[in-house]
Design a protein around this ligand. Structure first.
Ligand code: ARG
Length: 457
């Protein structure tokens, strides 16, 4: 009945609204390339195993190639009544080549077919996302290298804490993005497994050769349980979890770029191409790009929660619920790729206001810890040193002074252990370079880390 590929047991047509409601073609058509590639490999295997005639295989492969060209030329009419990309392509193939087309689905189900298509699609996208991460890391390394002499205030509680190299701050993000890359690459191992051959849920009665299909499609492994193969979406969830963490990093970075661009800070200037103006306030240059990336983090988290919730309590094996995997997955891919690309470009063009940063670096008693450390070196216990310097800070607050403005006589009001070498210890440069430990902000340590990253370590 009708034009359905499964119409045999039906006498009534599908309700029109039900047809639209249940169709996925509007969003799963983006799997067309993977669907065709998978079908061609399946057909070749069927021919090689003597399950279908080799002449049919030739017709199928050729027909699929033509369909691919049609889709890419925008000449393929996708039909909602054919539900999804799998049946749109298969129906077209049968229309084109007849009998042979109708043999393609032998020993296969849409359940293992769709699992295959998503895995094929996602693994290419992960490779692209890793390449974008590399681009962003590269932009950061270039900025870190170019600004090695820029000192900024390091913050805790967004209060001035200790002076740090601006490069050290950028390199913190390099560490985060390197871990994101590691998570993407690790998850890829579990995407890269062939589910085809699971059939609807239990395997197939035909003597298929799954390993041959895996080889043709470049999968290093095949799934080992057919029920799991068709009902597992862990690989998508892992990707979406890794994406959520990645977006969390981008949103923290966004927040800092936004703060650094305010007129109060003016630590950086984003290039005009990444900002917009206001329709009423002529002076405005708004950091729209980081704001939007910060905002888009919400949808990536939402997508992860959406799919986790779809999968929660689903009995084995395939359930139609799982068709809801695609939109959140695709949206996550698009959002992450777009955010990474725009960040790589924006960071490359970011201008750094070294005067503003260095000026701010010395404010807020940011070298107070250095003074305490100085006293410790004269033999004072750290707690006593902390107390003495705290009093010196209170004195400065009261008299509206910076630590660098205190005379030796004033220092000695708080401890007899001060002598005139204290003045060398409290510059922001001295403070930064004194933190000479692995992972510290001393210039040579930061240079080491930039070098290590460049060497891919
Ligand atoms: N469009 C479906 C999906 O995306 C394909 C698998 C359908 N299988 C089925 N038995 N209805 O999940």
């Amino acid at each position: 009945s009708q034009n359905k590929l499964w119409g045999g047991r039906f006498t009534q047509p599908t309700d029109k609204f039900v047809e639209e409601f249940t169709a996925s073609i509007d969003f799963d058509k983006r799997l067309y390339h993977q669907d065709i590639r998978g079908s061609a490999a399946h057909a070749r295997m069927l021919g090689r195993q003597g399950i279908i005639p080799n002449e049919d295989v030739e017709k199928i492969v050729h027909g699929l190639k033509e369909i691919l060209e049609q889709i890419e030329a925008g000449q393929f009419d996708f039909s909602v009544s054919l539900e999804d990309i799998h049946m749109n392509i298969e129906a077209r193939l049968s229309k084109k080549i007849g009998e042979a087309g109708k043999r393609l689905h032998t020993g296969r189900s849409r359940n293992d077919q769709v699992a295959l298509d998503i895995r094929l699609y996602l693994r290419d996208e992960i490779v692209e996302i890793v390449a974008y991460l590399d681009m962003l890391i590269d932009s950061l390394l270039n900025q870190a290298e170019a600004n090695l002499d820029v000192i900024m205030p390091g913050f805790t509680h967004l209060q001035s804490a200790q002076p740090i190299l601006f490069s050290h701050h950028l390199m913190a993000y390099v560490e985060m993005f390197k871990r994101d890359k590691g998570r993407m690459e690790d998850g890829l191992k579990r995407v890269d497994v062939l589910p085809l051959g699971a059939g609807a849920l239990a395997g197939t009665t035909f003597p298929i050769d799954r390993e041959y299909v895996a080889e043709m499609l470049d999968f290093p492994a095949v799934t080992r349980n057919s029920l799991d193969a068709v009902s597992d979406r862990d690989f998508a969830l892992e990707f979406m979890a890794a994406s959520s963490i990645l977006m969390m990093h981008l949103s923290r970075f966004s927040e800092e770029l936004i703060i650094w661009s305010t007129s109060a800070f003016r630590f950086i200037e984003l290039s005009d191409g990444f900002c917009t103006g206001s329709s009423i306030m002529p002076q405005k240059k708004n950091p729209d790009v980081p704001e939007l990336v910060r905002g888009k983090t919400g949808r990536v988290y939402g997508n992860l929660m959406a799919l986790l919730t779809v999968m929660k309590a689903l009995p084995l094996a395939y359930n139609k619920d799982m068709q809801e995997d695609k939109e959140p997955l695709f949206d996550t891919i698009d959002t992450v790729k777009g955010s990474l690309k725009i960040f790589a470009d924006m960071i490359r063009e970011m201008r750094v206001n070294r005067e503003k940063m260095s000026q701010a670096a010395g404010q807020g008693f940011s070298t107070a810890t250095d003074v305490a450390d100085y006293l410790v070196r004269t033999g004072l216990p750290f707690r006593d040193a902390h107390e003495a310097v705290g009093k010196a800070v209170a004195y400065c607050v009261e008299n509206d002074m910076e630590l660098t403005e205190l005379s030796l006589a004033e220092w000695q009001l708080f401890s007899p252990h001060f002598s005139d070498d204290i003045f060398d210890k409290i510059s922001v440069e001295a403070s930064v370079n004194a933190r000479n430990v692995i992972g510290g902000t001393a210039r040579n340590r930061v240079e080491d880390e930039i070098r290590r990253c460049r060497e891919g370590r």
